[in-house]
Write a protein of this length. Structure first.
Length: 577
C-alpha cells in the first residue's frame, strides 16, 4: 500500500520517472469508433446553344439535368428515419405511471411518449429522398440597337440554379462508437487490479465495444435525437438585365439590375419544442409565474424504463440519462413532444428562403492620357426567412447577416504626365530620370455595416428612435439605450415568447482608402527597376466592431474594439525583365 505526502525532501531528479515506474494512471479513456463508408452518385447533363436571330440580336438557351442519389452507408449503420407512432420500451408503463399523478397542464390522455428511430435496411438505405430529376433551365439575350452603331449593348437573362444535396448529408450513427473510462477504484483485497500493462482489465474494467443498432426503436431514449425531414431540393431563381453605353473612345457607362430568389433552403427544427409554445409568456419581462410552473419538479414517469444495451463482448451498458435515473422531471419536459427524449430535431427542413435585389451602376474610363478608373456603385437588399425567434416556431423574415445595402468601390490609376513619352519634361534624359515614370494607384471602398445580431431583450420604445451612431467613441453608447429595461431580474428567459427581431441596427461600415506610388527606372530595352510604396488604410480610418448588446452589461451599447487594421506602410523594390 503506497501513501503520499508533502513533508518529504524534494528529490533533485528522478521523481517523475519513479512515479511513472511505480504509480498507476489516475484517469483515462479508450474510444472505439466503427468505420463507415458513405456513398452517393451525382450525374449531370448540360445542353446549350446560341442563336443569332438578327445580326445585332443573339439568343442563348440552355438546360441542365441533374440526378443524384442520397448518401447511404455501406453496412446500413446510419439512422434512416423516425417513426412518430412507434411503441418503445417506455411507452406503456410511462403512460400508466403518468396517469397515476398527472400534471394540471397535461391530461393523462394527452401524454403520449411514443416514437422511435429506425436504422437503414436493405429496403431503405438512406434517410432522405431527393427528387429523381432536377431541371435547371436558363435563357439569355444580347442586343445592340442599330441607332447606337455598336456603342450600346442591352443584355439580360434568367436561370434556375440547383443546389444539390450531395454535400455529405450522412445520417446519425447512434451506437457505433463507445468510450470506456478507466476506473481507479477497482481494488481486490486493497490492491488495484489494473496495471500499466493492462489498465482495462477485461474482468473488472473491460473495454466497451459499440453496441450498434441492437436497441432498435429504443435507441437514444433519454437523449437528444436528430433525423432528416422530407427534403425538397433548394434552388435559386436568378435574373438580370443591364444596359452598357460607350461614349467617345474610352468612356463607358453601365446600369444594371439583379434579382435572386432562393427557396427550399434547409434548416434544423426542434419539433419537440412546438407543444411548449402556447404555454410561453407573452409579456416582455421575465414571467416568474410561468417559469416556476414550467420548471416545477414532478414525478418522473420514465425512471428505470429505458433498457440497457449489451455489447458484442457481453458488457452491459446501462442507460444513465437523467430521464432514466432521476426521480423527478420538469413540467416543461412533460409538455414537449416525444417527452421520452431530451430533444427531437429534424434536419434539412426545406423552409428557408431569401430575396436579393440590387441596382448597379458603373463608370469606366479606359487608359488614355495616363488615366484609367473604374467606379462601381450598388444599392441592394438581402432579406429572407432564415432564423427562428422561438425554438420550433416559425422563421423570422427580415434582413440577413449578408445584407449590405450601400457599396461603392473605385479604382484609379494615373501615370503622371512627366518624362519620356509624356506631355511634360519629355526632352531631357535627366528630367526623365528625376520626374518621369511615376504612377499612382488608389483603391477606395465604402460598404454598409454588418447587421447586429441580438438576443431577446426588453424594449419599451418604438423602432424609430434608436439614433444609431456606430462610429461613436469615448465610451459613449452608439445608440439610444433609454428605452431598454436593463434590470437583471426583468430579463426574459426561454419561457418568454420572443418577438424582438433577430437583427437590428448596424455596426460601423467599411470606409477604406489604399494608396500606392511607384516609379519605373528603365534599364536598357527590356528591364525595369520599380521601387514603390504602398499605404493600406492610408487615411487611418477606424472601423469599429459591433456595439455590446447585452442590456445588463455596464458597457451596453458601447463599442469597445476596432475591426480593421490601422494604417500600414509597405515598401518594395520590383525588378521586371
Amino acid at each position: 500500500m503506497v501513501t503520499a505526502g508533502n513533508s518529504g525532501a524534494i528529490q533533485p531528479f528522478g521523481g517523475a520517472f519513479a512515479l511513472f515506474d511505480l504509480g498507476l494512471p489516475t484517469s483515462g479513456t479508450e474510444t472505439i469508433n466503427s468505420r463507415f463508408q458513405y456513398n452517393n452518385w451525382y450525374f449531370a447533363e448540360f445542353a446549350q446553344d446560341d442563336w443569332k436571330v438578327l445580326p445585332n440580336f443573339t439568343l442563348s438557351m440552355g438546360i441542365r439535368l441533374i440526378h443524384e442519389t442520397p448518401v447511404d452507408e455501406s453496412q446500413n449503420r446510419q439512422i434512416a428515419g423516425f417513426n412518430s407512432t412507434a411503441i418503445n420500451a417506455a411507452t406503456v408503463q410511462a403512460e400508466k405511471n403518468y396517469a397515476a399523478a398527472p400534471s394540471s397542464y397535461l391530461p393523462a390522455a394527452s401524454f403520449q411518449p411514443v416514437g422511435g428511430l429506425y436504422y437503414a435496411s436493405p429496403s431503405q438505405r438512406n434517410g432522405y429522398f431527393p427528387a429523381p430529376l432536377y431541371w435547371s433551365p436558363r435563357v439569355g439575350f444580347a442586343y445592340s440597337p442599330g441607332f447606337s452603331h455598336g456603342t450600346m449593348a442591352i443584355r439580360g437573362g434568367f436561370g434556375v440554379y440547383i443546389n444539390p444535396f450531395n454535400d455529405y448529408n450522412a445520417g446519425q450513427a447512434y451506437g457505433y462508437s463507445a468510450t470506456s473510462t478507466y476506473v481507479v477504484s477497482n481494488l481486490t483485497n486493497g490492491n488495484p487490479t489494473s496495471t500499466l500493462q493492462d489498465p482495462f482489465d477485461p474482468n473488472v474494467n473491460p473495454i466497451v465495444q459499440p453496441y450498434g443498432s441492437s436497441l432498435g426503436v429504443n435507441t437514444n431514449l433519454g437523449s437528444g435525437i436528430i433525423y432528416f425531414a422530407n427534403v425538397r431540393v433548394p434552388y435559386v431563381e436568378k435574373g438580370s438585365i443591364d444596359i452598357q453605353k460607350q461614349f467617345g473612345r474610352s468612356w463607358m457607362v453601365e446600369v444594371g439590375y439583379l434579382t435572386a430568389h432562393g427557396v427550399h433552403y434547409s434548416y434544423s427544427n426542434a419539433i419537440s419544442s412546438t407543444p411548449l409554445l402556447p404555454y410561453l409568456s407573452h409579456q416582455q419581462t421575465l414571467d416568474k409565474t410561468v417559469t416556476n410552473n414550467l420548471t416545477q419538479a414532478v414525478t418522473n414517469p420514465f425512471k428505470g424504463l429505458f433498457p440497457a444495451a449489451t455489447t458484442p463482448n457481453g458488457v452491459t451498458v446501462p442507460n444513465t440519462t437523467s430521464l432514466n435515473t432521476s426521480s423527478t422531471i420538469s413540467v416543461a419536459q412533460l409538455l414537449q413532444a416525444y417527452p421520452e427524449y431530451s430533444s427531437v430535431t429534424q434536419q434539412l427542413v426545406p423552409g428557408q428562403n431569401s430575396s436579393f435585389n440590387a441596382l448597379t451602376l458603373r463608370l469606366e474610363k479606359r487608359m488614355s492620357y495616363g488615366l484609367q478608373f473604374n467606379i462601381n456603385y450598388e444599392y441592394s437588399r438581402q432579406l429572407g426567412a432564415q432564423s427562428q425567434l422561438n425554438p420550433g416556431g416559425p422563421l423570422w423574415y427580415g434582413e440577413t447577416s449578408s445584407d449590405f445595402p450601400q457599396h461603392l468601390a473605385a479604382t484609379v490609376i494615373y501615370q503622371l504626365p512627366f518624362g519620356r513619352g509624356r506631355r511634360f519634361m519629355n526632352q531631357s534624359r535627366l528630367m526623365d530620370e528625376i520626374f518621369g515614370g511615376y504612377e499612382v494607384t488608389s483603391i477606395y471602398q465604402f460598404l454598409s455595416g454588418t447587421p447586429i445580431s441580438w438576443g431577446n431583450v426588453v424594449y419599451t420604445g418604438n423602432f424609430s428612435d434608436f439614433n444609431n451612431h456606430p462610429h461613436q467613441a469615448n465610451g459613449q453608447p452608439s445608440f439610444n439605450i433609454a428605452n431598454f429595461d436593463r434590470t437583471s431580474a426583468d430579463q426574459p428567459n426561454s419561457y418568454n415568447f420572443r418577438t424582438f427581431p433577430a437583427y437590428l441596427l448596424r455596426s460601423d461600415g467599411n470606409n477604406n482608402f489604399d494608396f500606392s506610388v511607384l516609379k519605373n527606372f528603365t534599364l536598357g530595352e527590356h528591364m525595369v527597376l520599380q521601387p514603390r510604396v504602398d499605404a493600406f488604410n492610408a487615411l487611418n480610418h477606424v472601423q469599429f466592431s459591433s456595439a455590446n448588446v447585452s442590456p445588463t452589461s455596464s458597457s451596453f451599447g458601447v463599442v469597445n474594439s476596432q475591426l480593421n487594421a490601422s494604417r500600414q506602410l509597405q515598401g518594395g523594390l520590383h525588378f521586371i525583365f
